[in-house]
Design a binder for this molecule. Structure first.
Ligand code: DHB
Length: 404
């Protein structure tokens, strides 16, 4: 016999307790707008999931100016540019000089940790290990979701229900909320796959260079990023089905070094590798980012390839637009901004899709590529780096367009 669900009533029900869901929850709570967040994973798992690390200035401000935490400024590292490396030569783009902006290197799992701590500090209702099994009544004034408590020792038959005015799906790229509605309900998915993936490592080593290096080489793309003075993050283009067990530390270092080799004799600083992961990616957009009173935000609605680190920044931009709409709804009763949410957010989404696709295709190489294509991409890199306008175009997109 089905048990009677235990019901919680709130204004905004948020599915997904990653950075997007938690930031929205934090902003709403500051305005006195009651909300509940449920997240399938436990805190530990998310805190230990390594993802990208570049925050636009506006994303940093959303953390500092709203009282989440200042750790992003003390632990994070401000960066004034990137090094675009091709044909074995480095080309430094200096963001302050080009577009009067900087970015901050601060790992996404740290962002999560800060947001989760802030919600706890402020008495937020965030329920981890809560697996959503159903979304209901999305086209009514009381959308709902059901979940089960999957934490150790919980009763798996007990059903919980959250009733809200507005349901937010911020539940990541495999979004349950998104998949609950489909093309029959007027939705369309746009996507492309890439014939390569990234091999990501964490290593105990000093920094190899002051700025991040985005390297194009005949062997494929490499990204030399950082985490701290003693821990570095690096990636190299690999096959989507690459097996991490086939890669010894020596083999990884030799592969990475090949991709940054050049007449300047640049050498990576190496050390023990303590984390190896293959990261698959695609370009994906769901339109519209809404169904009735359910609104999608972040990876639930769109994912970008990682080149250029737009993912989290784009999620925060969605959160800003959605927060503005919810604030307006609760203060004036007007639904205008909620009605406009999807169109407003999608403008930036497609700009970021374009930028991420462009950076990816310009910097990666394909084993099966027509040599014309490889040469053309080098022509593109020359165009961008040899002109102030080209450099500004990249710098403006990388550091982030103004929020709506
Ligand atoms: C990192 C990841 C990216 O995709 C990127 O463009 C820059 C930095 C990182 O993990 O540090």
């Amino acid at each position: 016999m089905a048990e009677t669900p235990r019901v919680t009533r709130t204004k905004v029900g948020i599915v997904g307790g990653g950075p997007a869901g938690l930031l929205l929850s934090h902003l709403l709570a500051k305005q006195g707008i009651d909300n509940v967040v449920v997240e399938k994973r436990d805190h530990e798992t998310i805190a230990n999931t390594h993802r990208a690390g570049i925050l636009e200035q506006q994303a940093v401000r959303m953390l500092t100016d709203t009282g989440v935490d200042g750790r992003v400024l003390t632990v994070g590292d401000e960066h004034e540019g990137i090094d675009l490396r091709f044909k074995g030569e480095s080309h430094l783009l200096h963001f302050p000089e080009l577009v009067d902006a900087t970015v901050t290197l601060y790992a996404q799992n740290e962002v999560f940790v800060d947001l989760a701590a802030a919600r706890k500090r402020d008495g937020g209702d965030v329920r981890f290990e809560a697996e959503v099994t159903e979304v209901l009544d999305l086209e009514t004034d009381t959308p709902k979701f059901r979940y089960r408590d999957i934490s150790a020792g919980a009763n798996p038959d007990e059903v919980f229900e959250v009733h809200c005015d507005i349901l937010v799906g911020a539940d990541g790229s495999r979004s349950f909320c998104r998949r609950a509605v489909g093309s029959a309900q007027g939705h369309q998915d746009f996507k492309i796959e890439y014939p390569f993936a990234w091999f990501g490592i964490l290593t105990e080593a000093p920094k190899s260079s002051p700025e991040l290096i985005y390297a194009n080489s005949p062997e494929g793309f490499a990204l030399i990023s950082q985490r701290s003075e003693t821990v570095q993050r690096m990636y190299f283009q690999c096959a989507p089905d690459e097996n991490v067990d086939d890669w010894s530390d020596d083999r990884i270092w030799s592969e990475l070094q090949k991709r940054v080799d050049g007449p300047d004799g640049f050498q990576l600083k190496t050390g023990p590798i303590f984390d190896k992961t293959v990261l698959n990616f695609r370009s994906f957009v769901r339109e519209p980012m809404r169904h009735g009173n359910m609104f999608l935000a972040g990876d639930a609605a769109h994912t970008v390839p990682p080149t250029g680190a737009k993912g989290l920044n784009l999620a925060f931009a969605d959160v800003q637009v959605l927060f503005n709409a919810l604030e307006s709804f609760y203060s004036s009763g007007s639904r205008d901004l909620l009605e406009a949410y999807s169109d407003t957010a999608l403008k930036r989404v497609w700009k970021a899709q374009n930028f991420s696709y462009w950076m990816t295709s310009m910097l990666h190489t394909r084993a099966d590529a027509n040599p014309f294509e490889t040469k053309r991409a080098l022509g593109e890199l020359e165009t961008v780096t040899s002109s102030r306008y080209g450099q500004q175009y990249l710098a403006e997109s990388y550091t982030g367009w103004p929020h709506a």
